[in-house]
Ligand binder design. Structure first.
Ligand SMILES: [Cu+2]
Length: 465
């Protein structure tokens, strides 16, 4: 550990000189690709992904962070090194691997103050875990306060060499990973106290433009006529959701959040913070440039001046901006039409209220505060991890009354969610629907009433390690 710290210190000295230099090369046609055993160095650098220069919190000096690519069944060993120096932003960090179950390896989950202490400056942490039976599109991001809004976010893909849907596409590599993100001209340490602040711009593969800004470079996704591409869309959003479409092209959804789906043809899809979709794009249109559109749900969002846009360029087309026209969608993705390719089946007797444990969870919103069964989340005054280290024995001790429901192991649990006063779509809420449609196919879905089943077979006991 001492040697690591020493190396980290030396590297950070070298980086200190680089901090003032301007990033030249985020629009890389050859994105960096890391394997499952790798190192991520978290540092600060001034970048201008939408033409506006600001200091950012980055992985290996790039936004988005490099792709971590693994094969199904691979073991992961990822060292996160904290070389943060910019005091206008958060100086501690942790990195969470979004969507990976961490069954039995909670300590590698990367959640600050819950499963680990934050990684302090000039320190590192090694995350060793596996993801058996998981394959698909994931991502990683800071899990320290709202740090990821300052840039610490990147894609993670687990490729399946025996993908049952491999016959549907020809190309699936780093060039077909499409990251969608919001971007801010104000650091997150300030933004977190501002209610109602909109993103300055949205970026596709780390490039975009903002209203009134310069004609900054846009991301170009190059395709060859006649080929089919598995585009792995990842919403790394901090806040807005996006409506994604490509002019003149339909998209066939084949994966949602790491679950393969029955292929579903759409012409637009809405993607919320944290969500991922694989869509097959058939490059079967005339050789040309086409707008890729990614409209956030923020006020006054448009495509003016190339905002919220990127370019789909067929090989052989001139290197100019597209002249294609946006048309209203006629076949938007309805998530209730998505079905798992391989039905996992639901445990227990397939009738309401017939599980071992049947829980009703009523979600409500009062004055912008979310409640479950009339209890709202209050962060504990002492981090969960410290409480456990200090001798907390029972899960119910960790959070205020009503926030913890203790379940017995090896039981089938039925969760019934109902909502009242839930006006707008919320990513977490929508994730419930996703989970249901992709993982618990076969159960009835109501617009504001959701039932699903889980088994408590992989419960982790409370223990310091
Ligand atoms: Cu996440």
């Amino acid at each position: 550990m001492f040697i690591l710290v020493l190396i980290a210190s030396i590297i950070s000295l070298i980086n200190a000189a680089a901090i003032v230099s301007r990033s030249q090369s985020y629009p890389s046609s050859q994105p960096a690709v890391l394997g499952p055993k790798t190192r991520l160095t978290i540092g600060n650098k001034v970048i201008a992904p939408d033409g506006f220069e600001r200091s950012a919190t980055l992985v290996d000096g790039v936004f988005p962070g490099p792709l971590i690519a693994a094969q199904k069944g691979d073991d992961f060993a990822i060292e996160v090194v904290n070389e943060l120096q910019d005091e206008s932003m958060f100086m501690s960090t942790s990195v969470h691997w979004h969507g990976l179950y961490q069954n039995g390896t909670n300590y590698a989950d990367g959640a600050s103050s819950v499963t680990q202490c934050p990684i302090a400056q000039n320190h590192s942490s090694l995350h060793t875990f596996s993801a058996p039976n998981q394959a698909g599109t994931y991502w990683y991001h800071s899990h320290y306060s709202v740090q990821y809004c300052d840039g610490l976010r990147g894609p993670l893909v687990i490729y399946d060499p025996h993908d049952p849907l491999a016959h549907m596409y020809d190309i699936d590599d780093a060039s077909t990973v499409v990251t969608l993100s919001d971007w801010y001209h104000t650091v997150a340490t300030v933004l977190r106290y501002v209610i109602g602040h909109n993103a300055s711009s949205s970026l596709i593969n780390g490039l975009g433009r903002y209203d009134g800004g310069p004609m900054s470079a846009l991301a170009v996704i190059t395709v060859e006529q006649g080929k089919r591409y598995r585009m792995r869309l990842i919403s790394m959003s901090c806040d807005p959701n996006f409506q994604f479409s490509i002019d003149g092209h339909n998209l066939t959804v084949i994966e949602a959040d790491g679950e393969l789906t029955e292929p579903l043809l759409v012409d637009q899809l809405q993607i919320f913070a944290g969500q991922r979709y694989s869509v097959v794009l058939a490059a079967d249109k005339p050789v040309d440039n086409y707008w890729i559109r990614n409209l956030p749900n923020t006020a006054n969002a448009s495509y003016e001046g190339g905002t919220n846009s990127a370019i789909l360029r067929y090989k052989g087309a001139p290197e100019v901006e597209p002249a294609t026209v946006n048309t209203a969608p006629t076949n938007s993705l309805a998530e209730t039409n998505l079905h798992t390719l391989i039905n996992p089946g639901a445990p227990g007797i397939p009738e309401y209220g017939k599980a071992d444990i049947n829980l009703n969870l009523e979600v409500s919103v009062v004055d912008g505060i979310f409640y479950v069964n009339n209890v709202t989340f209050k962060p504990p005054t002492v981090p969960v991890l410290l409480q456990i280290l200090s001798g907390a024995q029972e899960p119910s001790q960790l959070l205020s009354n009503g926030s913890v429901i203790v379940l017995e192991a090896n039981k089938v649990v039925e969760l019934t969610f109902s909502t009242t006063g839930l006006g707008a779509l919320h990513p977490r809420w929508k994730n419930f629907i996703d989970r249901l449609t992709t993982e618990w196919n076969g159960y009835t879905i109501y617009v504001s009433y959701i039932v699903f089943r889980i088994i408590t077979q992989s419960m982790t006991n409370l223990s310091p390690l």
